[in-house]
Design a protein. Structure first.
Length: 340
């Protein structure tokens, strides 16, 4: 009888130990699952300019804000200088699902979602503040919804400034001086149509290769906002700057829709809040640099001209009519009313 009691006790002890081991293994497995669930999500953000450019500085703030407020659950991996491809490559990559985020001129997205480029129409705005009000308006919020069809969600609108013309061999003082210029533009249909209407010969070309193209004489002109001209040292290849301000260059900060939809509401709010802070910083930087860099470009050896913008605006009136057929008369009417 005693032997039976001892034997039963030993069996019970072994069974308890076995269950304890199973429970420990189970708890260990659960811990591994929890660790796996906390693996950070890495978002690759690519753009064509360098980190000194306002979009680079603003994107660094975006990164810091997202990583801080998500407790490291979301990592923003920044790739400047076209390391992930040209503007066109980055946008097509988001559509295809191979790129996560980018920030680029609105007109570059208009190759797909045509209405997104409406803010680039020539001579819409006379100052930054009116341009920002329009970009923050309900009209643009509605236009942004058209990006969903192309796998993109707009988080905020960076600012690239007002586009100006630079030349190699002659100053631009009037519309007549634009005639025959072999000018590089982005793949932006509105900017290309504007340049053609002014008498120039526009050709789209990868921004990351532009400086070398100017060195090699492939173009005798290009057009970009003043901060871009200075921060990317285009003044080293161009002698003249004409402050034409022919097109306001808004830059949507976009994320791949499939990736966006994978985040919960809290994570989406973190991304949106960070994007708004980055937008505000970028806008202030671009405005300040536009105002101060003209003198720096003079010091760098550029000759600055200030053409009569009323003449340029009158010469490009037909561009609005051309794109009214694309955007629709209703949208153009709303835009004009909002700007008024």
């Amino acid at each position: 009888m005693a032997k039976r009691i001892v034997s039963s006790a030993i069996c019970a002890l072994l069974l308890f130990s076995f269950c304890g081991c199973r429970q420990k293994q189970k708890n260990g497995a659960e811990s591994q699952v929890e660790v796996k669930e906390k693996t950070p999500v890495t978002i690759k953000l690519g753009f064509s300019t360098n980190m000194e450019d306002p979009r680079g500085v603003a994107s660094k703030l975006f990164k810091d804000e997202v990583e801080k407020n998500s407790d490291g659950a979301i990592i923003i991996d920044i790739h400047p200088d076209g390391n992930l491809g040209s503007d066109a490559d980055l946008i097509s990559g988001i559509i295809a699902g191979s790129v996560d985020m980018t920030v680029s001129s609105a007109g570059n997205f208009a190759v797909y979602a045509t209405k997104i480029g409406i803010s680039a129409l020539p001579f819409l705005f006379s100052d930054f503040e009116s341009a920002w009000r329009f970009m923050d308006s309900g009209i643009i919020k509605e236009v942004n919804k058209t990006m969903a069809e192309f796998n993109m969600v707009v988080l905020s609108h960076y600012d690239n400034g007002f586009r100006c013309v630079t030349t190699t061999n002659k100053p631009v003082k009037s519309v007549a001086d634009m005639k025959g210029l072999n000018i590089r533009t982005p793949p932006n249909q509105i900017v290309m149509e504007t340049m053609s209407t002014l008498g120039a010969n526009p050709k789209p070309y990868d921004f990351t290769k532009l400086k070398q193209a100017l060195t090699d004489g492939l173009f005798d002109s290009q057009e970009n906002p003043i901060p871009v001209i200075f921060n990317n040292k285009l003044f080293e290849e161009q002698k003249y700057l004409a402050i034409t301000n022919h097109s306001y260059d808004a830059m949507p900060l976009v994320i791949r829709k499939g990736l966006w939809d994978s985040f919960d509401a809290e994570s989406q709010k973190i991304l949106l809040d960070a994007a708004k802070k980055a937008q505000d910083l970028d806008r202030q930087l671009v405005k300040a640099q536009t105002e101060s860099y003209v003198d720096k470009l003079k010091e760098a050896g550029m000759t600055i001209t200030t053409p009569n913008l009323k003449e340029f605006a009158a010469a490009t009136n037909t561009v609005m009519d051309t794109f009214a057929t694309i955007y629709g008369e209703d949208l153009i009417a709303k835009m004009r009313e909002a700007i008024k």
